[in-house]
Design a protein around this ligand. Structure first.
Ligand code: COA
Length: 162
């Protein structure tokens, strides 16, 4: 069985991520969407909240597991007996960073392959931070996130004002 891991912060998940999830789920037998606790980033949603939101958004897929981990991606892959990582590439600027990460992971474990998928051009310019930022200033984010995510993002913003 070919198991693939799609790692990320997903703070929160957007249609851009969901596009990658949908396409990757058709290629691999099982896709594990793994929320990573990244000490370099301050998150709006807790790890548990992000996992729950991804589960909600992917409940109609039958070969997807949603999980979280702290630590090195390659250790997580070994634990899950997965050898493939999938990442989305949005713009040229992503390439350098992703190339570096793919090479580093390959160096740490030569059995690991990173597969890149071009992000749907409808979402190539968005990121989780940008979605949160435009929502904070009152812009409509319907185009970028499912309704449940929109409600949670707006809920966080309201909570921040209390
Ligand atoms: N559509 C829309 N947005 C996308 C996207 C897509 N297809 N793909 C990525 N993005 C956005 C993300 O939302 C994120 O936005 P943000 O910076 O506003 O949060 C941004 O692009 C960067 O995404 P990504 O490059 O996937 O970074 P990340 O922080 O989500 O994930 C990890 C990086 C967690 C995968 C990486 O740090 C990791 O593997 N960490 C584990 C520790 C480790 O092993 N380190 C050594 C690896 S070399």
């Amino acid at each position: 069985m070919k198991v693939c891991v799609y790692p990320g912060s997903f703070d929160p998940i957007t249609y851009g991520h969901l596009d990658i999830i949908e396409r990757a789920s058709k290629i691999f037998d099982k896709l594990i969407v793994a929320v990573v606790c990244n000490p370099n980033k301050t998150s709006a949603f807790t790890l548990e909240e992000r996992v729950e939101l991804i589960k909600e958004c992917t409940k109609d897929f039958n070969n997807i597991e949603v999980d979280s981990f702290c630590g090195l991606l390659i250790d997580y892959l070994r634990q899950k007996e997965a050898t493939v990582v999938v990442k989305g590439l949005r713009v040229i600027a992503d390439f350098e960073y992703e190339f570096q990460m793919a090479l580093l992971n390959k160096n740490l474990d030569p059995d690991i392959e990173t597969v890149f998928m071009m992000t749907n051009n409808k979402y190539s310019y968005i990121s989780s931070s940008m979605v949160k930022e435009i929502a904070r200033f009152g812009a409509n984010i319907d185009e970028f996130v499912p309704i449940i995510i929109k409600q949670k993002v707006l809920g966080k913003l309201t909570a921040g004002k209390e």
